[in-house]
Write a protein that binds this ligand. Structure first.
Ligand code: G1P
Length: 288
């Protein structure tokens, strides 16, 4: 019996140091790509995949994200008075039923693995998804939906991966690949941010995971890994051999919105999908 995936953990406690000073008072997950903050893209992708319950692992100075998923009464009243129906609808676009979004605080930045472990009571004994909101992935359907479709066939753990340049392996979790069948590859090992010479392959983990709750037992050991942090990758490596573990070579384009160039490309790519903006952009480029 494959248990359905209905929960997602969104770690959003990171400091966003690569985007200072923009992220001094604003969480990096609230940086907009066009007109929506990064966190909204992640939540929309989760809802599209059939996820019902969402937990944000937050930190200090992240409260504004709770406001984003709540009513803004004053704004709504003014928009209503002015008859701005479209704007009103947009301001209400992320109002989920109470209880579907919850929050837990990670008190110190101790790494992605530690952030996920902070959500252990929410996960309990269910399989769950994880999405890192600064990895914005354009896909049709969204990557989480692609992963859940694959999960419903093979079960176990699934990570989204893509091929990267050899010199970039030290930025990612990297897999030791086993047998492949279609878009799925068996994962035989996982290592966090290996030096290019030591990397087992160039197949890198991007920020989307479907995981079994047993990962929490390994995270509870709080072993320190790459960069002096508690790494999710290390705990995942320990599941291999005990549970099915696959990498999905997803269809879509990933933008690392924690970096300036990734964020800029994401904006250009999203604008390119809007016929009016695309034509305005073309005119600007031609006239320069
Ligand atoms: C995290 C993960 C890493 C993964 C990456 C994808 O690293 O630890 O395994 O490849 O996200 O974006 P971070 O970018 O947070 O250092």
């Amino acid at each position: 019996m494959i248990k359905p995936v209905k929960k997602i953990v969104l770690p959003v406690a990171g400091l966003g140091t690569r985007f200072l000073p923009a992220t001094k008072a604003i969480p990096k997950e609230m940086l907009p790509v066009l007109d929506k903050p990064l966190i909204q893209y992640a939540v929309e992708e989760a809802l599209e995949a059939g996820i019902e319950e969402i937990i944000l692992v937050t930190g200090r100075n992240k409260q504004v994200m709770e406001d984003h998923f709540d009513h803004a009464y004053e704004l709504e009243r003014i928009l209503q008075e002015k008859g701005k129906e479209e704007a009103l609808e947009l301001s209400r676009s992320m109002l989920l039923e109470e209880g579907r979004i919850t929050y837990v605080r990670q008190m110190r930045p101790r790494g992605l693995g530690h952030a996920i472990w902070c959500a252990r009571s929410f996960v309990n004994d269910s399989p769950f998804a994880v999405a890192l909101p600064d990895d914005l992935i354009k896909g049709k359907p969204g990557v989480l939906k692609q992963m859940i479709q694959a999960y419903n066939e093979v079960g176990g753990n699934i990570i989204a991966t893509m091929d990267v340049a050899k010199e970039d392996t030290s930025k990612y979790g990297v897999i030791t690949p086993g047998e492949s069948s279609g878009k799925l590859t068996e994962v035989k090992g996982l290592v966090e941010k290996p030096h290019p010479e030591d990397a087992p392959s160039t197949e890198a983990v991007v920020g989307r995971y479907i995981l079994q709750p047993e990962v929490m037992e390994h995270l509870a050991a709080k072993e320190i890994g790459a960069g002096g942090e508690i790494q999710l990758t290390d705990a995942l490596d320990k599941l291999i051999g005990n549970q099915p573990f696959h990498a999905l070579n997803f269809e879509g384009k990933r933008f690392d919105c924690g970096s300036k160039i990734g964020w800029l490309m994401a904006n250009l790519s999203m604008a390119g999908d809007d016929p009016i903006l695309a034509s305005q952009m073309r005119q600007l480029i031609t006239f320069q």
